[in-house]
Each structure stands twice: as C-alpha cells, then as structure tokens.
Design a protein around this ligand. Sequence first.
Ligand code: OAD
Length: 236
Amino acid sequence: MTAVVLTGAGVSAESGVPTFRGNDGLWSQFSPEELASVDAFLANPDLVLRWYAWRRELIAKVLPNPAHHALVALENFFSRFTLVTQNVDGLHQAAGSKNVLELHGNIFRNKCHRCGEQCSTQTDDTIHFCRCGGAIRPDVVWFGEMLPEKTFEIAVRHTRKADIFLVIGTSGLVYPAASLPSLARESGALLVEINPEKTDISRSADYYLQGKAGELLPTLVRCLQQGVFTEFTSKT
Ligand code: OAD
C-alpha cells in the first residue's frame, strides 16, 4: 500500500506558525513581491533578510503539533509512505518524519544566490557573501522561481504510484505543488483532503474531512490502526 501526503501551512498553524492566506495570513500583512522574490532580495536584501530572520526566530520557538506526530504514525503504518511538504519550517522532521520531500526548501538553510552552494545557518539578518562573491540568501523557493527539480520529480513519481493521497492544510493555489492532488486522482489514488475550509481540491476529493489537522489526523490514524478502513488499506 502506497500513501503520499501533501502538506501546506495549515499543518503548522496549530503550532503557532502563521499561514500565508486568509485573514490572519502572512500575505494579508506583508507583500510577497517585496519579501519573497529574487527582485525583492536584489533591491532590498536587508529588508528581506530581516523578514526571514524574524520568521526563523518565530519557527525556532515552536514545537510540532498532534498533526505532525500523527503523520509520523502514518509513516509507520503504511508500507510505502512519502510526505511531500510545501512548508519550510522543518517541523515534520522535528516530529520524526523520515521520508520528507521539501518542495519549497527550508528556512533554516541558506544558499549562494549565484552558485547555489548550500551553507550553514546564518543567525543574523545582515548580508553575507559566498566564496564566489554571490550573496547568501535563504534556501527557499521564491515567487517566480522553479522548484528543486529532482525533489519535484520524485514527488511526481510517488504521486503516480499512490493508492491513497492525503492533502492536508493547503489552499491548493500555488503551482506546481497544487497539481499533485489531481495527478494522484487521475492515476487512480483515493484522494482525501483535511482542511477547515473548502478549497478547489475539495470538489474532486473522494473524502473531504472538514476540520483542523491536529484534531482529525490523530483520529484518522487511530481508525486506521484499529482496522476501520480495511477496505481502503488492504490492497498490497
Ligand atoms: P495557505 O496559507 O495558502 O493555505 C493554508 C491552508 O491551511 C488554508 O486552506 C487553511 O484553510 C488551512 N488551515 C488553516 N488552519 C488549519 C488547520 N489547523 N488544519 C488544517 N488546515 C488548516 O498555505 P499553503 O497552501 O501552504 O510558498 O501555501 C502554499 C505556498 O504559498 C507556500 O508554500 C508559500 C506560499 O506563498 C512559497 O513560499 C513558495
């Protein structure tokens, strides 16, 4: 049985990490064009680095929530399991998830804007330069940038093979990550969505479970462990 999970910012909301969209989302207070694009970084690196330092500090203080822990249990439940995340906070790994594909990078890593070499965590918010002379920037995907090619390729490969595809806590508005649920459905997977709000994905989901990931996922895991959904999970 192959399970693939796609997570978004909603999974970390109950840990205290703000989501992007919605009334309290980051993009309601900040402008993505000014903070999360190459042009923004080149025009005003100090502002961009300060914003990332603030987010890094916020994330460093929070802990994985019951949704993250339930996903670790799911990884142990299914024989083949891949967790694809759009989150850059590292909370899945902090909870103990092993097979994690980070589509949008990781906020605790940096890389050179010119040569792409990854480098160790930069704790302050001032600009540093690589050996090659390029500016050091957060190793996250910004608007207008490609996803890490290999990582996305692996996510697509696993998605095509999925028997169950769970999509949790994402608005499903940012592509190409948002293309994975429909690819899973077309490839024959059972599509299950968990989100307190309906999204564009809800219509095509086989099951839309309305509620918070930190509440619904632990229940879902208990049901699976007790054999409640054997008709879905007995396929080898
Ligand atoms: P969004 O902020 O777009 O969407 C968060 C989703 O989480 C919404 O659909 C909420 O309804 C849902 N949600 C909120 N609380 C929840 C909870 N407790 N349990 C489950 N769901 C909950 O975040 P993403 O879809 O992750 O990209 O955004 C995708 C990308 O857009 C991000 O990775 C980021 C952003 O711009 C980059 O930075 C490249």
